[in-house]
Design a protein around this ligand. Structure first.
Ligand code: SAM
Length: 395
């Protein structure tokens, strides 16, 4: 009998239609497993605000009719995106008021792939604070903490292509998303290629050709992202980007991402093979479409694009992705690790081997992580590439 799961197939073309974080509000949902991202974002707020201070404010007059447009790319479906949009808009309102002007009205676009759980996101949005006379002041904003001072809309589509009309966006923000590739490079799943990722489901510890194929894909994707944004951004606008990164120059050492997808997750796939639940070629055809770039990998693309002024590109220590109440409780650490893994890769794994085998896989991830809880808590650290870019007034 053929091993289970061999009849469920996901092609590269479908990745864009399929990829999403776990929706809803369940135990392994992204909404319930993104506290670490929230903490990492908080530790970078000063860098975000520095970027916002560079945005050219338009229409500084008392009859400011053009809306100020903020976009979060790769918003997913938790509170993080709502919180960051709130921070951005409050900061911009403060800047208008410091100059003695009424702020304009604000539009916020929440953008992600079409399979994102926009329903959960929209349900989390606080009600709109309406002010028929135009923008909302800082006092009104603070007095109505549970309200939003912007018009909200969802935009489905890949951020590697155009999503907005030309010259329509003042601030682009994107956090913890750009390390997701648009596709697994074809040569990585091609048996005769030197880049075939035999025996592995991620590039951590893979051979050099496999890692280089991922690097090329990342750089091609980022180039597409920047080309789209430099058409969409208003002159004088700014962009704040954060994605998983690594400190090593060697792409086969993926740092924190490597520990997340290249150790217990990898071993759990091997367990399924050894237990005869899936074939080894089935495992070998699954690859996590994530690449944690080095500073150099990222910078090269921005410089090559040449449209943006680089205010800052740096590697920033994010910390552990595991948020646990009782760090001494190995079972809790194991669960947190498995949930963390599942919240970001579960949808892909479900599509690839089906829900039942996916459940088996993550049970094995949890068991293995529980057995290595102490090491995980100590070693699992994320680093991020943080980029602050501005689009010049005129070129
Ligand atoms: C880890 S979540 C980050 C969510 C949120 N920004 C936060 O700070 O918590 C990554 C998001 O990037 C999205 N994503 C990945 N590739 C994408 C693409 N090509 N276009 C748009 N969104 C993408 C995923 O669907 C996912 O929702």
């Amino acid at each position: 009998m053929a091993p289970m799961g061999d009849n469920v197939v996901v092609s590269n073309i479908e990745l864009e239609k399929l990829l999403s974080m776990k929706g809803g509000k369940g135990e392994s949902s992204y909404a319930n497993n993104s506290q670490a991202q929230a903490m990492h974002a908080k530790s970078m707020l000063h860098l975000l605000k520095e970027t916002l201070d560079r945005v050219q404010l338009h229409g500084c007059s008392d009859d400011n009719e053009i809306p100020f447009v903020v976009v979060d790319l790769g918003c997913s479906c938790g509170n993080n995106t709502i919180n960051v949009v709130d921070v951005i808009i409050k900061h911009i309102i403060k800047r208008y008021e410091a100059l003695g002007f009424n702020p304009p009205e604000f539009s916020a676009f929440f953008s992600d792939l079409p399979s994102n759980d926009f329903n959960t996101l929209f349900q989390l949005l606080p009600p709109h604070l309406s002010n028929d006379n135009g923008g909302v002041s800082m006092e009104e904003c603070l007095a109505a903490n549970n309200h939003r001072s912007y018009f909200a809309a969802g935009v489905p589509g890949s951020f590697y292509r155009r999503l907005f009309p030309a010259r329509s966006v003042d601030v682009f923000h994107s956090a913890f998303s750009l390390h997701w590739l648009s596709q697994v490079p074809e040569c990585v799943v091609e048996k005769r290629s030197s880049a075939y990722n035999k025996g592995r489901v991620f590039i951590h510890g893979a051979n050099e050709s496999t890692a280089n194929a991922y690097k090329k894909q990342f750089q091609r994707d980022l180039a597409g992202f920047l080309s789209a944004r430099c058409v969409e951004m208003k002159r004088g606008g700014s962009m704040f980007l954060v994605c998983l990164g690594r400190t090593s120059v060697d792409p086969t050492d993926q740092g924190g991402a490597g520990l997340l997808f290249g150790t217990h997750f990898q071993d759990a796939w091997d367990d399924l093979v050894h237990e005869g639940l899936i074939s080894s070629s089935k495992r070998d055809s699954f690859n996590i479409p994530v690449y944690a770039p080095s500073l150099q990998d990222f910078k090269e693309v921005v410089e090559e694009n040449g449209s943006f002024v680089i205010n800052k590109i740096e590697v920033f220590k994010g910390g552990s992705p595991l948020v646990v109440n009782k760090p001494d409780d190995a079972i809790e650490v194991g669960k947190a690790f498995a949930n963390s893994c599942k919240s970001v890769s579960g949808v892909l794994v479900d599509a690839f081997i089906g829900d039942k085998l996916s459940e088996e896989l993550f049970l094995r991830v949890q068991k293995r992580a529980t057995a290595h809880a102490k090491v995980l808590l100590h070693q699992l650290q994320f680093f991020h590439i943080v980029a602050s870019l501005s689009f010049p007034q005129s070129q």
